[in-house]
Design a protein around this ligand. Structure first.
Ligand code: FPP
Length: 242
């Protein structure tokens, strides 16, 4: 049951590691990709619910730089789910605009099918000014890879004389990440009983609260999100102070 939805404060940015789809499918004697189909439904449900209750920024980890190692059939199935979602997002553009939802895609475009890249770029360019709620989808994303790319950009600026070495600071690194301009995630949720963050928002998560509910992502519900938000409300975040 959804309890009352008043919160004393909400996270500014929630990261979701959508884990457990494979196990969910296995438990039911289904193929792994069928778990991803359910996971994609949960992604839609939780994204919409979080936006409705006032979460302004979320990032969903959909495909990591390491996930290419999975069987081709599974990779293809996940790519097909993105494609379906992107086509649907185009069709529902007006609805998203009304809600002020802006979709963004973070990660390395390399290796992603060309038609999917086109859809991502089109959707992102169309919705970039509507930023009441930002939903980032991390595809072919790796936190270390993101930091390497930021370092290369800054190094190139130093080489070109645009930046002095002494000007390099934490903010400059943040400003060169995919999430430039967004608040750092103050809450990261990873369902499925794994207690690690697996290369997700590696630089940005230095002070994130972590929440590891014992439920597989396809079963993650609105109530599970509320429980995470209630726990977040209780935590006293000091950022290294007293
Ligand atoms: C991790 O669970 C999940 C993934 C690698 C894929 C997540 C992708 C989706 C939920 C589809 C996303 C679709 C859209 C539209 C964003 P796992 O397969 O590692 O599960 P396991 O640990 O139980 O094997």
């Amino acid at each position: 049951m959804k309890d009352n939805l008043n919160f004393s404060f909400l996270p500014k940015h929630i990261g979701f590691i959508m884990d457990g789809n494979g196990r969910w499918a296995k438990q039911r004697g289904l193929e792994r990709y069928e778990g991803h189909i359910e996971g994609a439904k949960t992604f839609r449900k939780i994204g919409e619910f979080a936006a409705d209750i006032g979460i302004k920024c979320m990032t969903f980890y959909a495909f990591s730089t390491e996930n290419w190692k999975r069987p081709q059939k599974e990779v293809d199935a996940i790519m097909q789910l993105f494609r379906d979602y992107l086509i649907e997002a185009e069709e529902r553009k007006a609805e998203n605009e009304e809600k002020g939802i802006s979709l963004r895609f973070i990660g390395d475009r390399k290796g992603i099918p060309e038609d999917i890249i086109k859809l991502m770029e089109h959707i992102q360019s169309e919705s970039s000014s509507k930023n009441n709620v930002i939903i980032n989808i991390a595809i072919n994303y790796g936190g270390r890879d993101e930091i390497v790319k930021a370092v290369k950009k800054i190094a190139a600026d130093v080489k070109d004389g645009k930046v002095q070495i002494n000007d390099i600071d934490e903010k400059m690194i943040s400003d060169n990440l995919y999430t430039a301009g967004l608040p750092d995630p103050d809450l990261i949720i990873r369902p499925s009983g794994e207690y690690r963050t697996s290369n997700f928002l590696t630089y940005q998560s230095a002070y994130s609260e972590l929440w590891f509910p014992d439920v597989l992502w396809p079963d993650f519900s609105e109530d599970d999100l509320i429980e995470a938000l209630r726990a977040f409300e209780q935590r006293n975040r000091r950022f290294g102070g007293v």
